[in-house]
Design a binder for this molecule. Structure first.
Ligand SMILES: [Zn+2]
Length: 419
């Protein structure tokens, strides 16, 4: 099986190279914004579409008009047109409308050709030859596997990074674990597994989120665009980046650990609305500081859970396993023994107690077992680590059908993301 995988490293640029990177990212942004504005206008006025080919022809005209565009690698600018074309295709498939790019936000460019990996200078100093930039150095923290398809150069908090996007051959899994689990997501406990294991939310993340909230309050008190305001803004950006790194590291470790020992994982189909609800609490137990908390929850869980779902999906796929998403309806209030459904069953945030049969259990654990049984009921349908297609659908009705289709989509998406 071949998969797409990317390897990202920090670049060690010379002053000239850094300025060329800034220029190229700026030129790419210019081409994107100008092409997007044109496409938008043409579509609104005449309902006509500009193809990638048309845009490349226009690009040649713009280059004659603006000399500074020629200092950047042509392939990077043409790649922008391709990306814009793809963004519109995605839009027509129901994704968001392409946005104009702003300076300082996701500054990057791609190089599809002319990338040559050179011999390492030392154990941790890698070298690569790139068009226009010539030889650039990077801190090589791990080996690059597979065949390089293209590279992306991007800037985060004043630092430049290189990402090698490769195609890697992975061997067929020799042994597939026979274990299957359900996972209940949560705020305090990140993931409660039906086998009683639990992954707590990591504390450094919590600590940093508090610091982030403090800085954001500070920023709101400062005069906009003043030097102090800028300083705080920079601190916030840096912290955001740090949190993102912590989160991604945590999610990768957690998903690797889970997918190594289980071949079938069942989770609830994610709905963003449910996430915001968590901060509000329940009627009996209303949340405090809801607005701040829900925005924090959003940053920690929304992105985190989608990424986690993605990671689980493609990592299971590598190992011959499978992720199944089921309807989240009543998983926390339906008794797993007698199937009595009532809100009263949740006697507190922590404890589930069935008002009909009296079954009492930790609420998160109870929910995770419910989730698992929705995914694999009847249990005999689970064979050799992969659930035969359609069984989850039979078990949980029409809603699960949509979810299974969505899960397949997630696998495809994670493949095309190259992670
Ligand atoms: Zn019961």
């Amino acid at each position: 099986m071949t998969i797409k995988k990317s390897f990202k490293y920090r670049l060690r640029l010379t002053k000239e190279q850094e300025s060329l990177c800034n220029q190229t990212a700026g030129s790419c942004r210019y081409v994107w914004n100008r092409a997007l504005a044109l496409k938008k206008e043409l579509w609104e006025k005449k309902k006509e579409n500009l193809s990638c080919f048309d845009l490349n022809n226009l690009l040649a005209e713009w280059k004659k008009e603006l000399e500074w565009l020629s200092t950047s690698p042509s392939q990077s600018l043409q790649q922008v047109n391709k990306d814009l074309d793809q963004a519109f295709k995605n839009f027509f498939r129901g994704r968001g409308y392409p946005k104009f790019k702003k300076k300082g936000i996701h500054d990057s460019f791609r190089l599809p050709q002319g990338v040559t990996l050179l011999n390492q200078l030392s154990k941790k100093a890698g070298q690569v030859q790139l068009p226009k930039l010539d030889i650039v150095r990077f801190t090589k923290t791990r080996e690059i596997n597979g065949t390089i398809k293209h590279v992306t150069i991007s800037k985060t908090c004043k630092n430049w990074y290189i990402s090698f996007n490769c195609v890697v051959d992975i061997p067929k899994p020799k042994e597939i674990p026979q274990s299957h689990i359900g996972i209940d997501r949560g705020i305090k406990t990140f993931a409660q597994c039906s086998n009683r294991e639990a992954i707590p939310t990591i504390s450094p993340l919590k600590k940093n989120l508090k610091r982030l909230a403090k800085l954001q309050r500070e920023l709101s008190r400062k005069k906009k665009f003043s030097s102090n305001w800028r300083k705080t803004k920079q601190k916030i950006q840096k912290l955001h980046n740090h949190i993102a790194n912590l989160r991604s590291d945590f999610l990768h470790k957690a998903s690797t650990q889970l997918t190594k020992s289980h071949s079938l994982i069942v989770m609830e189909d994610l709905k963003t609305k449910d996430m915001a609800k968590s901060a509000k609490g329940t009627k009996e137990n209303p949340g405090t500081n809801v607005k701040a908390k829900s925005s924090l929850n959003r940053s920690i869980l929304d992105q985190g859970w989608y990424a986690f779902q993605n990671y689980l999906s493609y990592k299971l796929n590598w190992r011959g396993g499978r992720l199944i998403l089921v309807s989240p309806r009543n998983t926390s209030i339906e008794c797993r023994i007698c199937h009595y459904i009532s809100k009263e069953n949740r006697i507190s945030q922590e404890v589930f107690q069935c008002q009909s049969c009296g079954h009492t259990e930790n609420a998160d654990l109870h929910a995770s077992i419910n989730i698992l049984s929705r995914g694999i009921d009847p249990p005999n349908s689970f064979k050799g680590g992969v659930l035969a297609a359609g069984h989850a659908v039979i078990a949980c009705g029409v809603e699960a059908l949509a979810s299974t289709a969505k899960q397949e989509l997630l696998i495809r998406k994670s493949r095309s993301f190259g992670i």
